[in-house]
Design a protein around this ligand. Structure first.
Ligand code: MN
Ligand code: MN
Length: 480
């Protein structure tokens, strides 16, 4: 026996008894590392074309169709009762999506769900946004989700969304993504004249009502007109989209960073992109589903909207769309459907609430309890409970489910770690977990650690992203 492998009794005991999470790059073979890099090329591409919940939904449906998924009502109408292996989806108002593969066991015995959200913090255009000031035109905005407002000024922004006319024509808008497009920006005060601003608290340095978007500056050539630049802008919008000023009232226009997802680090180990909360979990929960053909328990992927503002509204997880979809799965696989079948199905179901965790950032020491925090590169993180202060508002997973998930991940060599959302009394938050828990479903938070969460450029590790894909796949396939 050579000396290096000879361990003392205490060393062996320690190795056996101590909990230690390790760096997933170190524990992964070359094949996994290569797969992680390859996987993230597709991920970055999908991020670049899916910067809003509407775009995400549209692109996810196209991907689903490529993978053999059909609209659930259409499939049921054409073939009748759904069978194991059938792949279906339901579009929720163009802003959320549910996908499923029918499994071998009856729905009443429960299903495996993974739920992520596809909305992200951003800046929305107000319903009556246009005004002219000092020969420039601006759009009034209202930020969406928890942003640090100072991060969103002086960066190039793209305008995405829809304008729906009174005649119910939907006009898709994307300006600022193509290299030949203009971009937009919100200006900030020069430091030379900012002595007053710089004395303010960071939360007040940029006021919400001052997030006004620079939109144009050429006057319309008519001396009889008072607001010439505004008229010129309206004229351009009318020529380009056929709209009038009033049409903004029935529009959903969102400002997002115009830059693309990029590799970060000299070793290209990380991805920097807008909207990784929570598309860094939404994308793997979707690609994992696409690898599944006929699972034991029916696999369901939920891609919800409105999480960043409390999951309200009929595209948010608090509404009935998840329950409605599961009811349909129960009914379309069982001609003797009744309400108890749905209730029993929900109570026997397991779910991962796939949402990002706050990776430890050594630039901000003291934010986390280092023993109970997630780290970049150490794999997917499971968070038993969320909430703030004394676990207020927490979704607290049952220990039995946490034990099951540890086993699923360990059996399949998934790098994972445990986390809570920051140290006690440092703040906190929640995910869609609490809403699905209300349906009786056993649910655990489980996602990718990110840095700079809710900023225009969030950072995540490629190995963690790929581990999420693998972890979610094994969860879907597990026979609880
Ligand atoms: Mn999130
Ligand atoms: Mn968030």
């Amino acid at each position: 026996m050579d000396k290096e492998n000879k361990k003392s009794e205490g060393q062996n005991l320690l190795k056996n008894l101590e909990y230690k999470n390790t760096n997933a790059w170190e524990t992964s073979g070359e094949d996994i590392k290569t797969a992680a890099f390859d996987y993230c090329e597709n991920y970055k591409h999908f991020m670049n074309i899916s910067k809003t919940e509407r775009e995400y939904t549209k692109n996810a449906i196209l991907e689903a169709q490529k993978n053999g998924y059909q609209e659930i009502e259409l499939l049921y109408k054409t073939k009748g009762k759904l069978q194991p292996g059938d792949k279906v989806y339901k579009n929720i108002k163009n802003k959320a999506l549910v996908l499923a593969v029918i499994g071998n066991s009856p729905l009443v015995q429960g299903i495996n769900l993974i739920g992520a959200h596809i909305d992200a913090p951003r800046i929305d255009i107000k319903q009556n946004p246009l005004y002219e000031s000092t020969d420039m035109v601006f759009l009034k905005t209202h930020y969406y989700g928890g942003i640090k407002k100072y991060q969103w000024v002086t960066i190039p922004l793209a305008l995405h969304g829809v304008i729906v006319t009174k005649e119910h024509t939907t006009i898709d808008v994307i300006v600022g993504e193509d290299e030949t497009d203009p971009v937009f920006t919100i200006t900030d005060l020069l430091p030379h004249l900012a002595s007053e601003q710089m004395q303010k608290k960071m939360s007040e340095g940029i006021a919400g009502e001052d997030l006004n978007l620079l939109f144009g500056s050429i006057p319309y050539n008519d001396s009889e007109i008072k607001e010439k630049v505004k008229l010129n802008v309206l004229n351009i919008l009318n020529q380009k989209y056929g709209i009038k000023e009033e049409d903004f009232i029935s529009a959903e226009l969102e400002l997002v960073p115009s830059f693309k997802a990029r590799d970060v680090g000299i070793d290209k180990s990380l991805v920097g992109a807008y909207g990784q909360d929570d598309r860094v979990c939404a994308y793997p929960s979707m690609t994992a589903l696409f690898e599944i053909n006929t699972p034991d328990r029916t696999s369901v992927c939920v891609l919800a909207d409105k999480e960043e503002i409390g999951s309200m509204g009929n595209t948010g997880a608090e509404s009935s769309f998840i329950e409605n979809f599961v009811a349909k799965l129960c009914a379309y696989t069982n001609e003797f459907y009744n309400d108890i079948i749905l209730r029993d199905c929900l109570e026997s179901s397991k779910m991962l609430s796939a949402d990002v965790s706050a990776g430890v950032d050594p630039n901000f020491k003291g934010t986390h309890d280092v023993l109970n925090a997630s780290y970049i590169g150490k794999g997917i993180s499971i968070m038993k409970y969320s909430g703030s202060r004394g676990k207020s508002g927490a979704s607290d997973a049952n220990a039995e489910l946490v034990a099951d998930i540890r086993r699923v991940f360990d059996e399949n060599e998934i790098a994972w770690q445990t986390t809570e959302l920051g140290g006690v009394d440092k703040g906190g938050g929640g995910t869609i977990a609490r809403y699905v828990a209300n349906l009786g479903i056993d649910v655990l938070d489980c996602g990718v650690p990110v840095l700079s969460m809710h900023s225009p450029f969030e950072v995540a590790s490629k190995i963690d992203i790929y581990m999420a894909h693998r972890a979610y796949r094994e969860f879907y396939l597990y026979s609880f």
